[in-house]
Design a protein around this ligand. Structure first.
Ligand code: SF4
Length: 369
């Protein structure tokens, strides 16, 4: 298949790994930002191909993983309101809140429905005038345009029973937060290809210049990742700090102007809490004043949630910063599994812990010794 098979060629992968082996004079720590890239790295065993001189760490680009406990608790409280039909993508239903998850709320009688698009939720709103339809909008700049379009459409059609609970976040601020942390170990970034399809490269050029770090925006096939690692390593070895667009078959330097304009119209930037990472300034998207009537936070402002705590065993914040790996967690594979997750990084198919559990071949006993 065009654009798939040629990016899974084992011989080419071996050649790239050999080139890396000869190139690297020291050990470099490279973070892939996007959870889709983490999935590819673990599914295809890319780390097994790499020389010892490349240390891959796995970043915060899984939207399910970074949605804070307080927001999940708020979503659950709204879903339990009998006047509400609560709509969400399926993978959010298993994300642990401080007491239960949305699936448990559904079991307790909440009308929680899995949708595949925000427009599905809008359709439900049109067919249920006596209910308030709340859509849980998660994700990065990649999914935000579809959410913006649904809100825009709701306004155009005069639909007044459709609300969006936004936990949407943007990638550059969290990269900045990781890179400026005193204990940062990340020396190069593999940038998120799908996000850059929308945003373009401008903000990543600023990050590269400001933090003196190579960034290679990459796709999601094995050779995309290996080419990106090689392009990072070449820059690191020669102390260059540029943005390279490895995913030029999809990403344009300017991004998608139409989608960017829609995002600017429907959303404003806001400070946002990231699960495991804390509050990051101007890293979230909230509804702009023209669209405030669709904001579930405003509609359900009277629903308060109490102080929320992560499981004390969970080190996902350190994993998302690239300072630890899932196998450093004492709970990994023992008290925390995809069937009974303690933290959000064990839930999603893009979550680092879930991917390690599914694809990594190792002895759990020795991993947790
Ligand atoms: S294995 Fe579970 S408890 Fe440990 S960091 Fe991952 S999600 Fe958290």
């Amino acid at each position: 298949m065009k654009y798939v098979d040629e990016y899974r060629d084992l011989e080419l992968a071996g050649n790239l790994a050999n080139e890396l082996r000869q190139l690297c004079s020291k050990r470099w720590t490279i973070m892939e930002v996007c959870g889709g890239q983490t999935h590819t790295i673990l599914q295809y065993g890319i780390e097994d191909l790499l020389p010892e001189t490349i240390n891959l760490v796995h970043g915060p680009g899984c939207p399910v993983c970074v949605t804070p406990v307080a927001l999940i608790d708020k979503a659950i409280a709204i879903a339990l309101d009998p006047s509400v039909i609560f709509c969400s993508f399926g993978d959010m239903l298993r994300v642990p809140g401080s007491a239960i998850d949305l699936l448990e709320a559904k079991a307790r009688g909440a009308d929680v429905r899995i949708v595949y698009s925000p427009l599905d939720a809008l359709n439900i709103a049109q067919r249920n005038n006596d209910k308030k339809i709340v859509f849980l909008a998660v994700g990065f700049e990649t999914t935000a345009p579809a959410n913006a379009m649904a809100i825009h459409q709701a306004k155009k059609l005069g639909i007044s029973n459709f609300f969006v609970l936004s936990t949407q976040v943007t990638v550059p601020p969290v990269c900045a937060a990781i890179l400026q942390a005193p204990n940062n170990q990340v020396e190069a970034l593999i940038g998120p290809g799908h996000v850059c399809t929308i945003t373009g490269l401008k903000e990543y050029k600023f990050l590269a210049e400001h933090y003196k770090i190579p960034i290679v925006v990459a796709g999601f096939e094995p050779l995309d990742i290996l080419q990106a690692i090689l392009a990072c390593a070449r820059q690191l070895e020669s102390q260059r700090f540029d943005v390279i667009n490895q995913y030029s078959r999809v990403v344009e330097s300017e991004g998608n102007r139409f989608a960017r304009n829609l995002l600017e119209e429907v959303f404003d930037l806001c400070d946002r809490e990231w699960r495991g990472l804390g509050w990051i300034p101007k890293s979230g998207l909230k509804l702009s004043s023209d669209y405030r009537s669709f904001d579930a936070e405003r509609e359900f402002a009277s629903i308060a949630t109490s102080e929320c705590q992560e499981s004390p065993e969970c080190i996902s914040g350190q994993i998302l910063r690239g300072n630890k790996k899932p196998t450093d967690c004492a709970a990994f594979g023992i008290t925390c599994t995809p069937g009974r997750p303690l933290g959000a990084t064990m839930v999603s198919s893009e979550g680092t812990c879930a991917n390690y559990y599914k694809f990594k071949r190792f002895d759990l006993g020795s991993a947790n010794a």
